[in-house]
Structures are given as structure tokens and as C-alpha cells.
Design a protein around this ligand. Structure first.
Ligand code: NCD
Length: 323
């Protein structure tokens, strides 16, 4: 995981790469969130917008994606821009012929105004941003590293519900070791005072000790638990994740832990409360029962997903210097 960064936003988004939550200060989030509200109006009212008129954004995804890819693509189009879209370049581009990441990125840099990249290697988005010297690069997930735009939409969703990002009590369940969305979310919550997270996972899927200490050092309180019985009943949000099968070398190990923690109606009744929200970055593969989907506290298929497009609209408009 990228530890220290690089280009702080500091109120100026134009031309900046978006690689890690480390880059954002509370004021940057405030700016982004207020524009996201406006983007919501544009998308919601289906108002034609020309904010990204003349802009082309390349989406290049070396790992599977539905929501992130789809919402970036829709975000560009909502604002009147266009996309070059490459999914699975290992099969459908010159990467299949052995082209290096550096060459691929330099080629697309020549065609477009920004590059959104998902890649299976930690640090790949940073590498891509070094290769693409003239256009901003957005990290759409680098291996088990970070997934900053997911965390931005997650933080926006929490803020929309509670009107604050401090003094929050959250429960994060699932694959805390490999879940890049969790790593970025923790980094985001570290920026605000008095946040506490209970981290519920099998022992083998806890944060690395180095990451645990690094986050704690930034001021967030992290409490690792291994049983549902330890879930605090007054949490503001639960953030559930799937166990990341593709990160296991031995599938037997995956089978041992894959559905260890499942959110059921009973678990919510026993340990949840009325005011909380239940989040999930998706895809889910059985770790939240589908009979919870219509519970008003379940935001994963509703506002959390929709906010993904709005936040990406705002972010693109800002880094392309259009607002
Ligand atoms: C996440 C990812 O790719 O990290 N998905 C997403 O972008 N919403 C979560 C996951 O794959 O489990």
C-alpha cells in the first residue's frame, strides 16, 4: 500500500493525479462533496451538460469491474465527454503481444485528457502517473493497495446520512487485509477526530501490523475483533466486504474463511440499531443476505451505488479544470 504521498490536493484539483486518500484534507473533501451535490442534480434531472465537452477520458482496466468501470463511463457521458474504454487489455490490446505498462500508458496519454486505471499490482497507478506526464491519472484500484474513488463515495454516503465525518463508530467486516476499499476508507476517516472502527475478520485477514500501527498513528481508534458477539450495538455504520478470492494463492485457505461473517436479519436485529446504515462496496458473494436488501438501512444497492457516479462526475470536472 502506498504510504506517503505525493501530490496533496490542497484546494487545487486541476491536473492532479488521484492515487490515494492520503492526498485529501478535510477541506478538499468539503469542496468535492459540495460539487457532488450539484452533479447529483445534473444527473437526477437528466439535464444535458457540456462541462466535459471536448474531453476524452481513457478507462483501462486490467482487473474485472462493473460498478467502477460503468460509473466512470457514465460520469464522463453525463457531462458531455467521451471515453476510450479498454477492459482486460491482457487479451484485447497490445498488452497481449507483450507491451509494457509504460508504453501502453504513453500511447493512451497521446489520445486523451485523463486516464483511469485499474491494475492488479500495488503501486501500478502511481507508476502509470509517472509515465503519463501530461495528463492526470486516477487510481481505480491497485491490487490490495487502495481504491480512492470508492472511499470518496463511501465517505460521501456516510456524510450524507450523518452530516459529519468525525465522532463516528463503524464496524468493518470481511477481508480487511486485502480489501483496498477498506484501506482507503480508513485513511479517509483518519483525517477526522474521534473516529473508531471495529475490524471484524478472521485472524488471517487482519491488517498487516505495519498498516495497523500506521493508521493508529494517524489518530483513528482501531479495535480488532473476531466474533460477532463483540460488535458494538451503537455503531453508525457497518461496512461489509467480500473475501477477496483472487488474492489467495491457496484456494483451500479461501474456502476456510470465505463466508465466516454473514450479515443476516438476526445479526442486524441482535447487534444493529435503527439509525445505522449498512454499506458494501459490491460485488457481494453471499456475505449479506438478500432478504436485507429492502431494509431502509441497506444503502449498498441504492444511494451508495448512485453516489459513485456523482462523485466521479465531480472529481473529473475538478481535475480537468472545468469548474
Ligand atoms: C471493490 C474493488 O474492486 O476493490 N469493488 C468496487 O470497485 N466497488 C470491492 C471488491 O472487489 O470486493
Amino acid at each position: 500500500m502506498a504510504k506517503s504521498l505525493i501530490n496533496s490536493i490542497n484546494g487545487k484539483f486541476k491536473g492532479k493525479d488521484i492515487l490515494s486518500l492520503d492526498q485529501f484534507a478535510p477541506l478538499d473533501l468539503k469542496m468535492l462533496f459540495s460539487l457532488t451535490k450539484k452533479m447529483k442534480n445534473i444527473a437526477f434531472n437528466a439535464k444535458p451538460s457540456r462541462i466535459l465537452d471536448g474531453n476524452i477520458v481513457t478507462l483501462i482496466f486490467y482487473e474485472p469491474s462493473s460498478r467502477t468501470f460503468g460509473s466512470f463511463s457514465a460520469a464522463v457521458k453525463q457531462l458531455g465527454g467521451q471515453t476510450v474504454e479498454i477492459q482486460n487489455p491482457q487479451s484485447f490490446s497490445s498488452v497481449a503481444k507483450g507491451e509494457t505498462l509504460s508504453d501502453t500508458i504513453r500511447v493512451f496519454e497521446a489520445y486523451c485528457d485523463a486516464i483511469v486505471i485499474r491494475h492488479f499490482e500495488v503501486g501500478s497507478a502511481k507508476k502509470a502517473s509517472d509515465y503519463a506526464s501530461s495528463v492526470p491519472v486516477i487510481n481505480a484500484g491497485d491490487g490490495t493497495g487502495e481504491h480512492p474513488t470508492q472511499a470518496l463515495l463511501d465517505l460521501y454516503t456516510i456524510h450524507e446520512k450523518f452530516n459529519r465525518l468525525d465522532n463516528l463508530l463503524g464496524v468493518v467486516g470481511g477481508d480487511i487485509l486485502n480489501g483496498r476499499t477498506i484501506h482507503s476508507l480508513i485513511k479517509g476517516l483518519c483525517k477526522f477526530k474521534k473516529n473508531t472502527l471495529f475490524l471484524l475478520s478472521p485472524k488471517t485477514l487482519r491488517l498487516t501490523r505495519a498498516d495497523f500501527l500506521y493508521f493508529q498513528d494517524k489518530g483513528i481508534k482501531l479495535i480488532e475483533i473476531q466474533s460477532e458477539k463483540e460488535i458494538p450495538k451503537n455503531a453508525d455504520f457497518w461496512y461489509w466486504t467480500r473475501v477477496q478470492k483472487e488474492r489467495f494463492h491457496d484456494l483451500k485457505e479461501y474456502e476456510k474463511v470465505k463466508n465466516r461473517f454473514i450479515v443476516t436479519k438476526k445479526l442486524l436485529k441482535d447487534y444493529g440499531n435503527k439509525k445505522m446504515i449498512l454499506m458494501h462496496p459490491l460485488p457481494r458473494v453471499g456475505e449479506i443476505d438478500i432478504d436485507i436488501d429492502r431494509d431502509p438501512r441497506a444503502v449498498y444497492l441504492g444511494p451508495q451505488t448512485r453516489n459513485g457516479m456523482y462523485i466521479r462526475m465531480a472529481l473529473l470536472a475538478l481535475i480537468l479544470g472545468k469548474v
